[in-house]
Design a protein around this ligand. Structure first.
Ligand SMILES: [Fe+2]
Length: 316
């Protein structure tokens, strides 16, 4: 029980629960022997996708295990990341821009809502191949006590986000999920040392990570923003989420900004490519926010049309 029953918030319905209409939400859990907050902070720290999940193994590990702890090739480029608060401070997001070809960029957005809700975009390699796809994973990070937590989640299976059927519904269940080795405590200590995954990275910093020992750099801006916004929400300093008020008034499901978008944008000859990626990320974020004012049923089509405006239309 996380609080008094009469204070139980309304269960929010997001677009991704019912769109596409033939999608399947497959439940899973992951049990972590540490404080819930550091699990959330792992997710908002997207740089780790390009380091931890990029063959961070010792030489003796066989290629199958090395691949198993790594995300697809597309995630291995160090992204240009920006963070911002969303929904009046009730949520925050990162946008991660990567150039995946001389004429193509990939913008990935993940949004989390305080205190403990997150939906990520695709977790399979088509994340960086398809024009525009949305949620692949829904999670609640639920404390058990100060030293233990459980992720309760849904993996989203549908032909829009995973047309090559890379995911495996049968691998989702109690303390198991179908992507990335290293999400659970089930491996031996040695296996975790030789080929670490999220579980080892998150729990090895302690059951309650001592923040006083941190040496934050620019890459930690998102983690610190997460803490500040969470602190403000707990103190009651955060105003109501106006996007929820609007969606409820319209009797509509809620959008999330989490999405992968691929754009046909060549390198510019007269400017730094990272600056270009930042601008494009901001433009895609703006498009996703515009969707707040669009009826749920029309949001995907609207976003696709606005992406066409941005790059002249996806070809190939
Ligand atoms: Fe991870």
């Amino acid at each position: 029980m996380q609080g008094p029953p009469d204070a139980q918030p309304e269960f929010e319905e997001f677009d991704a629960y019912t769109s596409p209409s033939d999608g399947r939400l497959v439940p899973f859990t992951n049990v972590y022997a540490c404080n819930w907050l550091q699990v959330s902070e792992n997710l908002i720290d997207h740089y780790h996708a390009a380091t931890l999940h990029n063959n961070m193994t010792v030489a003796s590990v066989d290629s199958e295990v090395a691949e198993g702890v790594s995300l697809g090739q597309c995630f291995r480029t160090m992204p240009v990341i920006q963070w911002e608060k969303t929904r009046d401070g009730n949520s925050m997001m990162f946008s991660a821009g990567r150039r995946i070809a001389d004429d193509k960029v990939w913008i990935r957005i993940t949004e989390m809502t305080f205190p403990n809700f997150v939906q990520t975009a695709s977790v399979v390699p088509t994340a960086a191949e398809l024009r525009h796809t949305t949620v692949g994973l829904t999670r609640w990070h639920v404390p058990v006590d100060d030293h233990n937590m459980i992720i309760f989640g849904w993996r989203h299976f549908n032909d829009e986000i995973d047309p090559k059927h890379t995911g495996d519904e049968n691998e989702c269940g109690i303390d198991k999920v179908d992507f990335l080795i290293g999400q659970t405590s089930h491996r031996t200590y040695l296996e975790g040392q030789l080929a670490p995954g999220d579980y080892e990275a998150i729990t090895s910093i302690g059951k309650i990570a001592p923040h006083a020992l941190e040496h934050p750099g620019r890459s930690d801006i998102g983690v610190y923003m997460c803490r500040n916004l969470l602190r403000a929400a707990i103190r009651g300093e955060t105003p109501p989420d106006s996007t929820r008020v609007k969606a409820r008034a319209a009797g509509d499901t809620l959008p999330m900004y989490s999405a992968d978008s691929v754009l046909n944008i060549p390198r510019a000859t007269d400017r730094d490519d990272d600056d270009l990626l930042r601008d494009l990320s901001n433009e895609v974020v703006a498009i996703m926010k515009e969707c707040d004012s669009v009826a749920s049923a029309d949001r995907k089509q609207y976003a696709s049309r606005r992406l066409d405006d941005l790059d002249g239309g996806m070809v190939g």
